[in-house]
Design a protein around this ligand. Structure first.
Ligand SMILES: Cc1cc2nc3c(=O)[nH]c(=O)nc-3n(C[C@H](O)[C@H](O)[C@H](O)COP(=O)(O)OP(=O)(O)OC[C@H]3O[C@@H](n4cnc5c(N)ncnc54)[C@H](O)[C@@H]3O)c2cc1C
Length: 403
């Protein structure tokens, strides 16, 4: 929706910068509870982004609870019932544990997933603007964030105030920079990812392949396509692939026969590359601001967990805001960190590429244990949903100010 043709209030309970996994989810949850929410993204509605999209169990649990899993499956994202790890010649297939509301995992294309989250936020009453960059934050004289400066689609600059501004603006977060959010923990590994799409209608399950300084993945997604990804340490990417992404295809072919030939397949799309960045856990909140998604916590994509983190922290932040207690934001950060730190540590252990194929399964097991702790927290949230009817209909006044 264009920002020059929509009437905006001059003040919102919450303004969210960024409207993808983290931002659109937060907007949806806060709007469902009755807050007046504006979410703003500089990119277009329904656009793609630089990311593969294998969802792990925590993300699927959240989407199921929010009523979005079935629509995503109906969008054509195939249901995934197994994950196969290929350690050289050895294959280990792990069936996905099914539950009444979880028929399997899914890997919807980002354009599909992000659009559906935005639609859900709008349906809940949020105003979501695209093609609208946020140029600055507004601070009061005590240093609290009090609003944003945006550039609307006609090129005009406008100021909009809010009780709270949420940075859901990704890894290079502008909000985090402006509020000078402290980095609490820095990861140690950086992995590059090169990916593209190929026709693979018969592919079932996630497949992950591992070799020396290289890993590969096949992720079944919408339209009978598979997302094919090659991952390698950033130093190797810089030396061998940066100026010739198609070399990644040859490398994949050496890892697993048939895998390399799929990349260009008949999808015909350009390969995309992410050069890598070390993980980073930032301070989650401060006066008048909160960070969610990659803006607050980034870990290497090799363990396919970023969207799970984004949805989990969107809900954690929304719950804290809606509790109208000062201490709730500290509790949000503590829960986030207790889950994020083991995920960061075990992801780095895999992303280090310093393992042998015999050692790697144990590192995957440790990552899986970290994810189980997260699943336990999310399951407790699901039980809470059942106990408490949806009475989070807070007044549409600025109660957010209380925190
Ligand atoms: C190569 C790669 C592969 C990945 N694969 C997976 C995977 O398989 N599974 C998985 O779970 N995760 C994966 N991830 C991680 C996942 O992409 C992220 O964790 C997730 O996108 C985080 O969502 P987010 O909403 O926090 O940020 P983003 O998706 O980055 O969205 C941030 C939004 O903020 C907007 N924005 C930024 N600045 C401004 C501004 N000033 N004004 C207005 N808008 C602004 C941007 O336009 C953007 O749309 C991968 C990441 C990469 C890089």
């Amino acid at each position: 929706m264009r920002s020059d043709i929509i009437p905006l209030y001059s003040h919102y309970d919450t303004i969210i910068v960024g409207a993808r996994c983290a931002g659109a989810s937060t907007a949806m949850l806060l709007s469902r509870a009755g807050l007046r929410v504006l979410a703003v993204d500089r990119q277009s509605y329904g656009s793609d982004t630089l990311s593969t999209h294998a969802l792990m169990r925590p993300a699927v649990m959240q989407l199921s609870r929010w009523g979005l899993l079935q629509p995503l499956i109906q969008s054509g994202a195939p249901v995934i019932r197994s994950t196969t790890f290929h350690y050289g010649e050895q294959e280990v297939t792990v069936p996905i544990r099914l539950e009444p509301n979880i028929p399997g995992l899914i890997a919807p294309h980002r354009a599909v997933l992000d659009r559906m989250l935005v639609d859900a936020a709008r349906a809940a009453g949020a105003t979501v603007l695209h093609d609208t960059p946020v140029r600055d934050l507004i601070f009061d004289r005590h240093g609290s964030v009090r609003g944003i400066v945006l550039r609307d689609a006609s090129g005009q600059t406008r100021e909009v105030s809010a009780d709270l501004v949420i940075g859901a603006d990704g890894l290079g977060s502008f909000v985090a920079r402006k509020v000078e959010a402290r980095t609490l923990v820095q990861g140690r590994c950086s992995v590059a990812h090169v990916f593209g799409y190929a026709s693979a209608p018969a592919l079932s399950g996630y497949h992950w392949y591992f070799g020396r300084n290289l890993s590969g993945g096949m992720i079944p997604t919408n339209d009978g396509l598979a997302c094919i990804v090659a991952s390698m340490p950033t130093e190797r990417f810089d030396m061998e692939f940066r100026f010739d992404l198609s070399a990644a295809q040859l490398a994949l072919a050496s890892l697993a026969p048939g895998l390399g030939s799929l990349v260009f397949g008949d999808g015909g799309e350009r390969l995309k590359a992410f050069r890598g960045a070390p993980g980073r856990l930032r301070q989650a909140y401060g006066p008048g601001w909160i960070l969610v998604g990659d803006a607050g916590f980034f870990r290497d994509p090799l363990t396919s967990h970023g969207i799970s983190d984004a949805l989990r922290d969107a809900e954690g932040a929304a719950t804290a805001i809606l509790s109208f207690r000062r201490s709730a934001l500290q509790e949000f950060q503590e829960v986030r960190d207790s889950l994020a730190l083991p995920l960061l540590e075990t992801t780095d252990a895999i992303s280090a590429f310093d393992w042998s194929l015999e050692e790697l399964p144990e590192r995957h097991k440790r990552f899986s244990e970290a994810m189980k702790s997260e699943v336990a927290v999310l399951s407790a949230r699901a039980e809470f949903d059942q106990e408490v009817p949806p009475t989070l209909q807070g007044p549409r006044t600025s109660r957010v100010e209380a925190i």
